[in-house]
Ligand binder design. Structure first.
Ligand SMILES: CC(C)(COP(=O)(O)OP(=O)(O)OC[C@H]1O[C@@H](n2cnc3c(N)ncnc32)[C@H](O)[C@@H]1OP(=O)(O)O)[C@@H](O)C(=O)NCCC(=O)NCCS
Length: 193
């Protein structure tokens, strides 16, 4: 049974990383329908599709304590978007760190801050050996690749993948190992409060 109670999983200086609540869903659907947000994500989602990915995230949190969960700004409780860890088993055995924020919340460092906390969780609590992140390569998802670099992730390889709609896309995969994380900038990027 999936709970929609906004359980806080991690905190950062400015953010709460938590499970979704019912009142997040219209806002999540809004960002998932914004053409600029979904430019590299296979196009706009319907409300039903947006709710379904939130539900999938809740399920992954319930079973494994990870998932592409909600990001909330701590000072005023505003829903900012999504960030977290999940499986990309169609492509790789590794866990991926991923992010998607409402357009109005770009340019504040929130994605890097949230993802840094998820990496810390992955490499400490979950003892993961390695985390990857996948982005469009042609044309490049410049903002997303910049987040990866700020986290201390390094270019792993280029790949030609096929998305869940059967569409081929040119991808670039970045990665970070536990050892790289321990000695890199990401470790101190967003310590929990
Ligand atoms: C990818 C995405 C999450 C990146 O968001 P972002 O806001 O650019 O990334 P960050 O949170 O790391 O913020 C960095 C920016 O905030 C600025 N910033 C402002 N205040 C800051 C602060 N206090 N701390 C850190 N950075 C700050 C940085 O200077 C940087 O600005 P710049 O882009 O002008 O260089 C966002 O563009 C998005 O949601 N895209 C659509 C979904 C998507 O493509 N997801 C990825 C699929 S692979």
């Amino acid at each position: 049974m999936v709970e929609w109670d906004g359980t806080v999983v991690l905190t950062t200086p400015r953010l709460r990383l938590r499970t979704f609540r019912p009142d997040d869903l219209p806002l999540y659907a809004e960002l998932n329908a914004d053409p600029e947000v979904v430019r590299f994500l296979g196009g706009a989602l319907s409300r039903h599709e947006s709710d379904a990915i939130a539900e999938h995230a809740q399920g992954l949190h319930a079973t494994e304590g990870i998932g592409l969960l909600a990001v909330e700004r701590a000072e005023d409780g505003v829903f900012v978007g999504m960030c977290g860890l999940h499986h990309v088993t169609d492509w790789y055995p590794d866990i991926e760190v991923a992010w998607r924020l409402a357009r109005s919340h770009w340019g504040h460092g929130y994605a890097t801050e949230a993802a840094a906390a998820w990496l810390r969780h992955g490499f400490t609590t979950l003892d993961l050996p390695r985390v990857i992140s996948i982005a469009d390569r042609e044309p490049p998802n410049v903002r997303s690749i910049a987040v990866m670099r700020r986290l201390g992730m390094v270019h792993d390889h280029d790949a030609d993948l096929v998305d869940e709609n059967g569409e081929p896309f040119a991808a670039v995969v970045h990665s970070i190992t536990a050892a790289q994380w321990r000695s890199g900038p990401g470790r101190t990027a967003a310590r929990p409060r």
